[in-house]
Design a protein around this ligand. Sequence first.
Ligand SMILES: *[C@@H]1O[C@H](CO)[C@@H](O)[C@H](O)[C@H]1NC(C)=O
Ligand SMILES: *[C@@H]1O[C@H](CO)[C@@H](O)[C@H](O)[C@H]1NC(C)=O
Ligand SMILES: *[C@@H]1O[C@H](CO)[C@@H](O)[C@H](O)[C@H]1NC(C)=O
Ligand SMILES: *[C@@H]1O[C@H](CO)[C@@H](O)[C@H](O)[C@H]1NC(C)=O
Ligand SMILES: *[C@@H]1O[C@H](CO)[C@@H](O)[C@H](O)[C@H]1NC(C)=O
Ligand SMILES: *[C@@H]1O[C@H](CO)[C@@H](O)[C@H](O)[C@H]1NC(C)=O
Length: 187
Amino acid sequence: MANVGIVQMALLLCFSTTALSMKYDVPRFRHRGSISASWTLINQLNGTSHYCLQDRMDFKFPEEIKLQKFRKEGAILVIHEMLNQTFDLFNRNFSSTGWNETIIEKLFEELSWQMDHLEPARREIMKEKKFTLKENITQEHLKEYYSRIEDYLEDKSYSRCAWIVVRGHILKNFSVLYKLTDFVFKN
Ligand SMILES: *[C@@H]1O[C@H](CO)[C@@H](O)[C@H](O)[C@H]1NC(C)=O
Ligand SMILES: *[C@@H]1O[C@H](CO)[C@@H](O)[C@H](O)[C@H]1NC(C)=O
Ligand SMILES: *[C@@H]1O[C@H](CO)[C@@H](O)[C@H](O)[C@H]1NC(C)=O
Ligand SMILES: *[C@@H]1O[C@H](CO)[C@@H](O)[C@H](O)[C@H]1NC(C)=O
Ligand SMILES: *[C@@H]1O[C@H](CO)[C@@H](O)[C@H](O)[C@H]1NC(C)=O
Ligand SMILES: *[C@@H]1O[C@H](CO)[C@@H](O)[C@H](O)[C@H]1NC(C)=O
């Protein structure tokens, strides 16, 4: 019995230090490399938008993410949410675009790798409610941003132009991923 207690204690300790120790888990350059690889893959999907001007749209990226001074916990939640939503977006019907499936598969591998490495910290933050009200609201705003994008794609019946517009937005917003990744994994 006593031994079981010690094992549980050890497990608890492991869990409670995950968020702090994760920066030693995988070096920053590996995370940065994966973000950069994801950007490059999305950039390779063909599509210039000068034919699609009439489909331009402002999805209203939550401004506070650009201005906010993050805590590590809040930054981890935002990064994870953006990766997750980007994955789910490109999992939708893009048959109108002629995009190369191999590139999309590689993109999914990169995004999954990053999410897997953030997952233990994210789970701990959620389980132990280590987020502030402000961070929770930011998460809600982020979810709303992506659901506006999803509604738009649906309204436009997943047309080629709609996808090209969305792809452009997703590429631009990688600047946030770079910034927050550098912050979380600074070592
Ligand atoms: C993203 O998160 C949602 C809700 O938590 C989940 O259902 C979905 O499977 C996740 N997607 C990926 C690619 O992990
Ligand atoms: C995907 O979208 C195309 C039009 O872009 C449509 O013809 C096709 O039926 C859709 N496929 C699915 C599975 O919804
Ligand atoms: C994108 O490239 C693929 C193959 O490289 C091609 O089949 C497809 O037609 C291209 N789509 C557009 C819109 O140019
Ligand atoms: C898709 O991309 C892969 C890897 O970049 C490449 O090897 C393949 O030839 C491409 N397929 C088409 C149809 O362009
Ligand atoms: C906000 O916090 C509640 C718990 O207080 C949680 O259930 C919800 O998932 C959080 N929202 C997001 C977007 O993380
Ligand atoms: C995200 O993309 C939108 C354009 O789609 C832009 O208005 C917004 O400023 C971008 N946010 C960041 C932080 O790059």
